[in-house]
Design a protein around this ligand. Structure first.
Ligand code: TTP
Ligand code: MG
Length: 302
């Protein structure tokens, strides 16, 4: 529903009709001629309470009409409007338990769970970009982070299937924590950082990703180091504690000190055993799966 819920229709130049989605992203450009059926569709869409601007609604070609009709039917067939949906991103350092939280709520049912595309980073047409980055960060950070950014955009823009989506990480932590850390630690050259930042800024400005709440699993880097060493994800065996400390500080800068834009944050102490965490999830089920009120900016729970 994400593409269809806010459609701006305008005619910026000559006989071209430009269809915009959220964030004024151009969905399609069509040439115009007369077609009243399309206008009828537009009226239906207005009744659905979506935003439609039609500067030249009386003139469309019939081929344009069938394309648009499909789009509008898709919008009509869903009961979910973009603003009624809830998107929750689960954030926190490597190994803090993001996937475990997602699995818990997936099994509990009722919400859509979107795991991080880490398997794609480990196999890009046979190349393991994650492994390459850990082995030679100066050479491969740019490649990995470009691909991470792409896969994050793909996840953010997937149409929602349930009223609540729980998503592991986001394009924001990939940039504010990983990309910026690679740069400040001298592994990503300045030019590559500038290029990744320009891409990121452009994507965020034009795509208007919806994130309502961040659940921050706050964990001591020393504990994480032990967990990572014992879970034995092959590529991560050589991660030093200092790397986790830097990533921790950047998560804190973003989610606690608000150095970058962020929505409401629910901070959970994740220095706990699996069983204890399950109790915490159960306790906060309603905070995580329900739209937070305006008053909730940063809430820290033990
Ligand atoms: P995480 O995104 O932290 O996921 P995880 O599965 O390790 O965490 P959890 O146990 O909480 O579920 O990291 C996945 C791997 O990808 C990790 O080795 C760090 C790496 N990574 C990057 O190198 N760059 C990035 O931008 C991101 C998001 C991850
Ligand atoms: Mg995970």
């Amino acid at each position: 529903m994400s593409l269809c819920s806010k459609i701006l229709l305008s005619r910026p130049m000559r006989n071209l009709i430009t269809l915009y989605g959220p964030g004024k992203r151009i969905i399609s450009q069509l040439s115009s001629s007369s077609n009243s059926a399309l206008c009828a569709k537009l009226k239906v869409k207005v009744k659905l309470n979506s935003i439609i601007m039609c500067e030249n609604g009386k003139s469309f070609s019939s081929s344009s009409s069938s394309l648009l009709a499909g789009t509008f039917q898709k919008a009509q067939s869903s009961n979910l409007s973009r603003d009624e949906n809830l998107v929750v991103c689960v954030e926190g350092n490597i190994g803090c338990g993001k996937t475990t939280l997602l699995n818990y709520f997936e099994n509990a049912g009722g919400c859509e769970v979107m795991a991080e595309p880490v398997e794609r980073w480990r196999n890009i047409d046979g190349y393991n970009a994650l492994e390459l980055m850990y082995k030679d960060p100066n050479r491969w950070s740019m490649a990995l982070q470009t691909y991470v950014q792409l896969t994050m955009v793909q996840n953010h823009t997937k149409p929602m299937t349930h009223p609540v989506r729980l998503m592991e990480r986001s394009i924001f932590s990939a940039k504010y924590c990983f990309v910026d850390n690679l740069f400040s630690s001298g592994k990503l050259p300045e030019l590559e950082h500038i290029i990744l930042t320009e891409w990121f800024d452009w994507i965020v400005q034009t795509q208007n990703f919806k994130v309502d709440l961040i659940v921050y699993l706050r964990t001591d880097p020393k504990l994480l180091h032990e967990r990572i060493m014992s879970r034995c994800r092959e590529e991560e065996k050589s991660i030093p504690l200092e790397y986790l400390q830097c990533l921790h500080d950047l998560h804190e800068d973003w989610l606690i000190h608000k150095k970058h834009p962020c929505p409401d944050v629910l901070v959970l102490d994740a220095n706990k055993t699996l069983e204890e965490m399950e109790r915490v999830y159960e306790l906060h089920k309603h905070n995580i799966c329900k739209k937070p009120g305006n008053e909730m900016k940063t809430t820290t729970m033990s």
